[in-house]
Design a protein around this ligand. Structure first.
Ligand SMILES: Cc1cc2nc3c(=O)[nH]c(=O)nc-3n(C[C@H](O)[C@H](O)[C@H](O)COP(=O)(O)OP(=O)(O)OC[C@H]3O[C@@H](n4cnc5c(N)ncnc54)[C@H](O)[C@@H]3O)c2cc1C
Length: 397
């Protein structure tokens, strides 16, 4: 959508711009972003916030996107935004629908020809341009084509990997694909009875005994494993470029103290609650079911009351609360993923325009290419930014 708007705003008068979309309405995925609020940008988009095999090129591309001043672009297109924590940008109304409606307004105002329910089946280079065919036999010719067809993530929103397939058929080399920003399955016995509970923790991803990356945030327990923003961000590290062989996640439920201090304060607390069962003891400390699960994981089940714990047992419990480990991690799949890791290898694209070096009238933008952001507006920054750069370039060359 933004690529078409940018193209319309920079093209010579009389240029025809056509938008092809297989869904019956525009912006289906956008409506679902940010839990319906659309976290449409982030004010601090640095390369470290992206998963890619090619950080050098991502840096260069982000520099070109930065020149667009996206918050200002939204403002000058009538979308007032507000900054939330960590530089996250939302529409002032907190309504994703407003983002879609404003973009549709500009498409209509610029007389972009919108064709919904147009499911592209192939794009063929013809003469100086491209023939874009739909499954139902319709086709359009264009001098340039911007492929903003997403990745494999969220097929329920209309993205089933056609952008990636098109790039592949065009002869692009691809970085291996993987679901990114996705909840993780784990060994079910480790999460039994915890589904629906949320806790704040520092989550650290390990490869064997080697810590790889940590995130601080809310963890959600599900019936299959772990979710929440911290876990989704860690899932990006399971991409093939990091080569992690034996992943596990450790939760630290008391990151503010060291284990000895925690053990001492746990012991002291027991003296306040003589005869308390595990459940009672944990009440007011952490979620009782979480406390009980750690208690069990530390094999303290033979104690029915806190009175019988030894100094060593308190240390074990403190250690368990700080190193609660989850193994057999596995991404839950494309349907639950917010974005696609891997994709079109970046060296094939001009960094200022996202045009293919092999055929500069064809562009690949957004999630189709090898750059996946963290949660926090980084993916839409990339998608909007690359789309606008491609739109401007297509219109002016
Ligand atoms: C639930 C959810 C929440 C998210 N929340 C956020 C958030 O708050 N902030 C953030 O930065 N990112 C968020 N993301 C990620 C972000 O939405 C995507 O990274 C971004 O939308 C990618 O943009 P894109 O233009 O590359 O592709 P998409 O937005 O996926 O758009 C691709 C379009 O191409 C169409 N298409 C695909 N194949 C064909 C075909 N064969 N013919 C015709 N049309 C086709 C699709 O229908 C779709 O409309 C979220 C993702 C999900 C799934």
């Amino acid at each position: 959508m933004v690529a078409a708007i940018a193209a319309a705003e920079h093209a010579p008068q009389g240029t025809e711009i056509i938008l092809l979309e297989q869904n019956s309405k525009l912006g289906k995925k956008l409506l679902a972003t940010g839990n319906g609020r659309c976290n449409l940008d982030n004010l601090y988009c640095t390369t470290e916030r992206y998963f890619t095999s090619d950080p050098t090129r991502v840096t260069e591309m982000l520099q070109h996107i930065a020149q667009l001043h996206l918050p200002n672009w939204f403002l000058t297109h009538g979308l007032l935004c507000r900054e939330a924590e960590d530089g996250r940008l939302y529409p002032y109304s907190n309504q994703a629908a407003d983002v879609v409606n404003i973009l549709v307004y500009w498409l209509e105002r610029h007389q972009v020809q919108i064709n919904t329910e147009f499911r592209i089946s192939k794009i063929i280079a013809k003469e100086q341009g491209f023939l874009v065919h739909a499954e139902d036999g319709r086709s359009f010719y264009g001098d340039a084509v911007i492929c903003a067809m997403g990745g494999n993530a969220g097929p329920q929103f209309g993205t089933e990997g056609f952008g990636i397939k098109t790039a592949f058929r065009t002869g692009c080399s691809m970085e291996p694909l993987y679901p990114c920003l996705v909840p993780l399955k784990c060994n079910k016995t480790q999460i039994q009875g915890l589904s629906g509970i949320r806790v704040k923790a520092v989550a650290t991803l390990y490869d064997g005994t080697q810590p790889i990356h940590w995130e601080n945030g809310e963890i959600q327990f599900t019936d299959y494993g772990l979710s929440g923003i911290a876990i989704m961000q860690l899932s990006g590290w399971l991409g093939p470029q990091h080569g992690i062989k034996t992943p596990s996640i450790e939760l630290n439920l008391f990151p503010q103290s060291d284990t000895d201090t925690l053990a001492k304060s746990l012991t002291k607390r027991a003296s306040l609650l003589p005869g308390a069962s595990v459940q009672t003891y944990m009440t007011g400390l952490i979620h009782p079911q979480i406390g009980t699960a750690v208690w069990q994981a530390q094999q303290l089940c033979h104690h029915t009351s806190v009175d019988t714990l030894t100094e060593l047992d308190w240390l074990k419990l403190a250690h368990g609360l700080q190193h609660w480990t989850f193994t057999e991690l596995e991404p839950t799949g494309w349907k639950n993923a917010q974005t696609t890791g891997g994709g079109v290898a970046l060296h094939q694209l001009y960094p200022h325009s996202f045009a293919l070096k092999e055929n500069p009238r064809m562009y690949f933008v957004g999630e189709t290419v090898d750059c996946a952001g963290y949660c926090g507006g980084y993916n839409l920054h990339w998608a909007f930014g690359s789309g606008i750069l491609a739109g401007i370039d297509a219109a002016t060359h």
